[in-house]
Write a protein that binds this ligand. Structure first.
Ligand SMILES: *Cc1c(COP(=O)(O)O)cnc(C)c1O
Length: 428
């Protein structure tokens, strides 16, 4: 395949956009080569600027659960756009999507719309702090909650320590309030509570981690977080930006049967338009402006086009719960197929899967946290990524990203993907 036009477009982009992209992973730094510029997309396929058709396994990093240019979403946006694109005043549509979302999400009374997952998590943490009157936050190494300051923290020495900023521009003060723990390691969390029994406002966690590859929670991990929060009077904050409306209508809370105190959403919720949201019970939401003192606002929050797209998306999911089984089945087929092709080759590998999320790590050890995810062989991963791209399959351009399957993928697409994988395996 050739990427002449993508190459030229990337070059032009680099002179006016830092790194040529508006979000770093798109720049292909982990895999090398030229980022693919998209012309359009439909169903399971991306069509790039060089005229190649690619089978898409990232689905815009999650939102396109039903495939690209999904007809009901496109129609809803088209119908709405002639009425104007933003008012800075309330619309009935906002109540409709809130009612629908809350009917799907377990355990929550109210929801506030924002414009991105980052904003949702940032606002949810402020609300947790305001509600509890506490300042500290526990987060897990390798979990991503958007790019707001409090979340850009990594371990100093060892996992259980005060955080040190992992990006210039994040102050030491902010870093000190973020306590870092290891995913799937309850002991690392318990220690923080022992040291700060009355200072921790919340634990923020991806109930199924998806930003260090896909890492499912081990049995008892999330249950343990729930009881630590109950014991110490902290809030359990599920970041469902990735898992919400993807793993089940009610996301990970429903799928795993664990109740969070606050949950954040994004991605699927917007049907491909910029939307985030956070939801909680009445007594917590009562702290939020204009009801309470915790401030949060947005000029474009509840934007009518975004709400129309999101409502069409959720309405389809609410009426077609079979979508979730179908996605699980396709992901399982891909998993089993890849596994059976890899076994005879004796290539050390781990495939992690939960629902329609999956990742392949070239490592011998089980991948259960950030440390084990980081052991993967990146040379293998690069060759694999480009080998599949050359065969028309677009995978996440980083070993630390999960695949997000979409329901437009057909059996034939999966079979083709496995054939391409087999073909690539023969070259190594
Ligand atoms: C994508 C993501 C975010 C950030 O959402 P943006 O819309 O990119 O700001 C937060 N948390 C999780 C778990 C995510 O996957």
């Amino acid at each position: 395949m050739r990427y002449e036009r993508s190459s030229a477009l990337f070059k032009a982009a680099q002179s006016v956009i830092p790194g040529g992209v508006n979000s770093p992973v798109r720049a292909f730094q982990a895999v090398g080569g030229t980022p693919i510029f998209v012309d359009h997309a439909k169903g399971a396929y991306l069509y790039d600027e060089d005229g190649n058709r690619l089978i898409d396994y990232i689905s815009s990093w999650g939102p396109m659960l039903l495939g690209h240019a999904f007809e009901p979403v496109i129609l809803a946006v088209k119908e709405r756009v002639d009425k104007g694109t933003s008012y800075g005043m309330p619309t009935e549509l906002e109540t409709q999507i809130a009612e629908l979302a809350l009917s799907m999400i377990p355990n929550m009374d109210q929801i506030r719309m924002v414009n991105s997952g980052t904003e949702a998590c940032m606002s949810a943490v402020r609300l947790a702090r305001g509600y509890t009157g506490r300042e500290k936050l526990i987060k897990f190494a390798g979990c991503y909650h958007g790019h707001s300051d409090a979340f850009l923290i990594q371990a100093g020495s060892g996992a259980v320590t005060f955080g040190a900023p992992s990006s210039p521009g994040v102050t030491k003060g902010t870093a000190q309030d973020t306590l870092l723990a290891s995913y799937n390691d309850l002991e690392s969390v318990a220690q923080h509570f022992e040291h700060h029994p009355e200072a921790i406002a919340a634990i923020i966690v991806e109930p199924i981690a998806g930003n260090m590859g896909c890492i499912p929670p081990q049995k008892g991990f999330l249950e343990g977080l729930r009881s630590l929060c109950d014991q110490y009077g902290s809030l359990l904050l599920f970041d469902e930006v990735m898992t919400g409306f993807r793993l089940a209508p009610g996301g990970a809370q429903e799928r795993l049967g664990i109740q969070a105190d606050i949950a954040t959403y994004g991605k699927v919720l917007g049907g491909g338009l910029p939307v985030g949201a956070f939801a909680a019970r009445n007594e917590i939401m009562a702290q939020l402006a204009p009801l309470g003192p915790v401030y949060q606002a947005g000029t474009l929050s509840g934007n009518p086009l975004a709400m129309a797209a999101g409502h069409a998306m959720l309405a389809h999911l609410a009426h077609h719960p079979e979508v979730f089984q179908s996605l699980d089945h396709k992901t399982e087929q891909l998993h089993l197929g890849m596994d059976s092709l890899l076994q005879p080759k004796r290539i050390p590998h781990q495939i992690n899967r939960f629902g329609s999320m999956l990742s392949l790590h070239f490592t011998e050890q089980a991948v259960v946290d950030f440390q084990s995810a980081a052991l993967g062989n990146n040379a293998h991963f690069k060759a694999y990524f480009h080998g599949m791209l050359d065969r028309g399959v677009y995978l996440p351009p980083s070993a630390f990203e999960s695949y997000f399957l979409n329901d437009a993928l057909s059996e034939r697409d999966i079979t083709y993907t496995l054939t391409a994988f087999d073909d690539w395996l023969k070259t190594i």
